[in-house]
Design a protein around this ligand. Structure first.
Ligand code: FES
Length: 656
């Protein structure tokens, strides 16, 4: 699809709704943006022929198909998914394609996603806390002479003290061995790399010495080690800017999709070594890619950034990932009373981790709270800024495990609950990750239950991803196709049928999708989904109870994690996954863990705050809280057994 910034207006009849779209957009995409349903079970791949519309004025490019007869074509019929807009047009959605006889009223609810919270470096600078853990300073030292035969190190340390007020400096043998040559190579012009003290008590540490002036090239890394993915960013520590960002799937996954199976593998002989080698290998590979793709801060004359110029790294991961990274035996994490080897990790150097980084590169690994609330959540709390706000905040990181934190700058309480892999497509018959061909949005024609499938990349459907699953279950429930237990109500639509795993709804027929089978959602899938959403909602309600609060007390809700950005808030409230509050209260921070790790590369003040935050966080083991089971059982319905918690959802489905 050719795209430029020019916009054109489409008027959809009979709803008489207009929408502006970019040049080259498809008519079906425009209909979706206008909130109009067009039957489209092949997800816009041009296969099913169901998205027929009539172009009444103006012209479209494409939109033809052997499913359209020459007469149809003559009469202005086009396939909406392959018809491109390059001028203002009027399109009629014929009854057989549209949702309602006569097409009046809002067809497809507008999707509400959480507002994006962007971390802004400038605010850190304005606050005067931009103070990276490692600094590079350039100094010209007086040359030795008859009246000055101080030692090289003495000359250097004095220079640092005099010129930069760097007192209480210590260093190590590696630097001592470099000083003589470094001082003389550029005629006593040198660059010192110094690790700055996090607090008054600790000392400046001279990490490295280089001949010449290189203070403009001071780089750091931040990593989020997730159960599924590993993300890394390369940072210019002089500006705080991210120079490159890369990710890969966590190669440990081939030894277990979730933390428990991975711990079990690590308990095998050489299992722990293997787990560490795999994640370190992935990190080194990501570092290599970032160094290759990053633009050096001051242009080419100094050439691409090299590993030797990386002076600091901050890593955040859940407790199990941190144990595997550090080769700490994780076995007691999975056995009650769930005891990690440690939660606080002492400052390390990257060599301890066998990362391909210089000996002098200092490493901070984020502290954890408990076996199931790890450094990634602490980093998320830092990244989201909830530890500095007065607003009473609920923070949720939705993944295979859902971690929950409630509080604000005065206090913090946290807990974890196992949501299972449903939101990553795991345990769902045709579940998949949010890649091309995944059904990620959906609407329904309630009269004939014809679907409008929106797929990633507008490709023929291959399966259902987490955000699609949420919207599909919510839409089937809101249209009374599903009852409160997640079972299908009787229907004579061919889309509802009995399959191998109970009753099911056919999202796309085999000849409309890129698979050799129909794509369905069945009652077992919906059960797994309800268990996952129930665990999250029960976790939220139980933690609120433990701190003596209610949903109405919450002033903001922060969503983090891969899935968080795609969550359609109305659907999440309709099914009883998230508390029903005004959607303007929701914020999305993206990969909160990575953001927290990045922030800790920008400021020792933030590093100091991390220690305070960890001390402030009270952890609740939900499996030990009796009311958790009651809350969980009550949440195994759509939306919940207590409908007073979801008045809007009740209205949407008029459940009175
Ligand atoms: S042919 Fe257009 S959606 Fe299937």
């Amino acid at each position: 699809m050719s795209e430029n910034q020019t916009e054109y207006t489409i008027t959809f009849l009979p709803a008489n709704r207009t929408v502006k779209v970019k040049d080259g957009s498809s008519v079906i995409k425009a209909a979706r943006e206008a909130g109009l349903h067009i039957n489209a079970s092949c997800g816009g791949a041009g296969v099913c022929g169901k998205c027929r519309v009539i172009v009444e004025s103006g012209e479209v490019q494409g939109g033809t198909s052997e499913k359209l007869s020459p007469e149809d074509f003559e009469n202005g019929y086009r396939q909406a998914c392959t018809a491109e807009v390059h001028e203002d047009i009027t399109v009629r959605i014929p009854e057989e394609t549209g949702r309602q006889k006569g097409g009046l009223g809002i067809d497809v609810p507008e999707r509400h996603r959480a507002r994006m919270h962007v971390f802004d470096i400038e605010s850190v600078k304005k606050e005067g806390i931009f103070y990276p853990p490692v600094e590079k300073v350039c100094l010209e030292l007086p040359k030795p002479g008859a009246h000055d035969n101080r030692s090289d190190v003495g000359r250097l340390m004095q220079g640092l003290a005099d010129q930069l007020g760097k007192h209480r400096l210590v260093t190590g043998l590696t630097v001592l061995r470099k000083v003589r040559r470094a001082l003389r190579e550029k005629d006593f012009l040198v660059t010192a790399t110094i690790e700055l003290p996090v607090n008054e008590k600790s000392r400046n540490y001279l990490l490295n010495i280089q001949p010449g002036c290189w203070k403009h090239r001071n780089f750091g890394l931040a990593f989020d080690i997730g159960t599924t993915t590993v993300y890394g960013v390369l940072i210019d520590l002089n500006t705080g800017k991210i120079l490159a960002k890369e990710f890969s799937y966590n190669p440990q996954m081939s030894y277990g999709e979730d933390v428990i199976t991975r711990i079990i593998y690590a308990e095998k002989p050489k299992g722990l070594d293997m787990m560490q080698d795999l994640v370190i290998g992935a990190m080194n590979e990501i570092i290599a890619r970032m160094l290759k793709n990053a633009t050096p801060p001051v242009g080419e004359e100094h050439g691409p950034i090299t590993r030797d110029e990386i002076n600091s790294i901050t890593i955040a991961g859940n407790t199990t990932m941190t144990h595997l990274l550090l080769k700490l035996e994780p076995d007691n994490i999975r056995r009650s009373p769930y005891v990690p080897v440690c939660t606080f990790i002492p400052p390390l150097c990257s060599e301890d981790l066998e990362l391909e980084l210089p000996h002098h590169c200092v490493a901070l690994v984020y502290p954890a709270i408990s076996s199931y609330v790890g450094g990634d959540i602490v980093a998320g709390v830092m990244g989201s800024g909830m530890y500095r706000t007065d607003l009473l905040t609920l923070f949720i990181d939705v993944g295979t495990n859902a971690e929950i934190v409630i509080g604000n700058k005065d206090w913090l309480a946290c807990a974890a609950c196992s949501a299972g892999p449903a939101f990553e497509g795991g345990g769902i018959t045709h579940g998949m990750r949010a890649v091309e061909g995944a059904i990620s949005d959906f609407s329904l024609n309630p009269e004939n239950l014809e679907p409008m499938n929106i797929t990633e990349g507008n490709k023929a459907p291959l399966g259902i991803c987490g955000s699609g699953l949420l919207i599909i279950v919510a839409t089937l429930f809101e249209n009374k196709v599903l009852n409160q237990s997640g079972k299908f109500n009787p229907s004579d639509s061919p889309r509802i049928r009995e399959g191998r795993s109970g009753w099911e709804y056919v999202l796309a027929w085999k000849d409309e999708c890129a698979t050799d089978h129909d794509i369905v959602i069945n009652e077992v899938d919906i059960e797994n989904f309800i268990r996952a959403k129930g665990a999250i909602f029960a976790g939220i309600m139980t933690l609120l109870e433990q701190v003596g609060l209610q949903v109405s007390d919450l002033e903001q809700i922060i969503l983090a994690g891969g899935f968080g950005s795609y969550i359609d808030l109305d659907s999440a409230m309709s099914v009883g996954m998230l508390p029903e509050v005004d959607s303007s209260k929701f914020l999305y921070v993206g990969n909160g863990s990575l953001m927290g790790a990045w922030m800790s590369e920008l400021s020792n003040h933030i590093r100091k705050d991390v220690v305070e935050v960890v001390r402030k966080m009270t952890s609740f083991e939900l499996s030990e809280v009796p009311s958790f089971t009651d809350n969980y059982v009550a949440s195994l319905f759509l939306p919940h057994t207590d409908l007073t918690l979801f008045p809007e959802a009740v209205k949407r489905r008029n459940l009175e």
